[in-house]
Ligand binder design. Structure first.
Ligand SMILES: Nc1ncnc2c1ncn2[C@@H]1O[C@H](COP(=O)(O)OP(=O)(O)OP(=O)(O)O)[C@@H](O)[C@H]1O
Ligand SMILES: O=P(O)(O)OC[C@H]1O[C@H](OP(=O)(O)OP(=O)(O)O)[C@H](O)[C@@H]1O
Length: 216
């Protein structure tokens, strides 16, 4: 038998929204996949030709780009940050809605005019996206890379502004920050390794199954 198709799924918040979509696409993982106590990382499904792996959101793109997984589910925020040429993103899964935004302390925003910025120092998990956004209007962005809790950076003087994901706005509010610019709207995408798209016969029907699952 040929190797199973591997689908990389992020273990964070997207997982809850991805489960019904997987089911509608005809893929039901073994029970351990949803067991928080399980230490397993690779799981069988009701389809003998498909396995799932559960990895960190940023690592989904890496596994699929390198062909270690053939398909994956990943936020457009992650895709924009990596810009891997080996990734093809044919389906907007319409889950994981949020936006990537610039935020700063409410007190600072009261008198700040983004049109006057020439150099900004930004704490973010998304340095490439940030630099690209600001470079497009001639602003130099100096980024301090963090992997979480960006909202602490302004109050602790690590950087006066942040670029982070915003959904309800609650995290910003509870940390005294306000959104001053939206960089992009974010949803999760089905990603496919370009070589696997051409060489593995199950991939095209799977992409179609996900497309139908979104429309259902
Ligand atoms: N507040 C949010 N609302 C909606 N979607 C979000 C939100 N935050 C993140 N996402 C989406 O979920 C993806 C994973 O985010 P999550 O916060 O679960 O991962 P993480 O905790 O940063 O990941 P990891 O622990 O792997 O570093 C993001 O890439 C984004 O596409
Ligand atoms: O606008 P809100 O609805 O408050 O959502 C925004 C928060 O959600 C994400 O964090 P997450 O909870 O995933 O934590 P992490 O980034 O620290 O892992 C993001 O990094 C924000 O901190």
């Amino acid at each position: 038998m040929t190797d199973p198709i591997i689908i990389a799924v992020p273990k964070g918040r997207i997982l809850d929204e991805a489960m019904p979509l997987l089911a509608r696409a005809g893929i039901v993982p073994e029970a351990a996949f949803r067991d928080p106590d399980s230490r397993a990382l690779r799981f069988r499904t009701d389809r003998p030709d498909i396995d799932l792996i559960r990895v960190r959101a940023f690592d989904v793109a890496t596994f699929v780009a390198h062909g270690a997984a053939q398909l994956g589910i990943v936020g457009s925020d992650v895709l924009a940050e990596f810009d891997y040429s080996e990734l093809y993103a044919p389906v907007d899964l319409k889950i994981g809605h949020c936006r990537i935004s610039v935020a700063e302390p409410a007190g600072m925003a009261a008198t700040d005019d983004p049109r006057g910025w020439s150099h900004v120092r930004i704490a973010t998990k998304y340095p490439h996206t940030t630099q690209r956004h600001f470079a497009a209007r001639g602003v130099q962005a100096e980024c301090v890379k963090l992997n979480g809790a960006m909202e602490l950076a302004p109050v602790l003087s690590l950087a006066p502004r942040i670029v982070d994901l915003v959904s309800s706005g609650r995290t910003l509010k509870e940390n005294g920050l306000v959104e001053v610019e939206t960089i992009a709207e974010v949803t999760s995408r089905l990603v496919v390794n370009r070589a696997a798209f051409k060489t593995r016969e199950q991939v095209v029907p799977l992409v179609d199954a996900f497309r139908r699952a979104v429309a259902a």
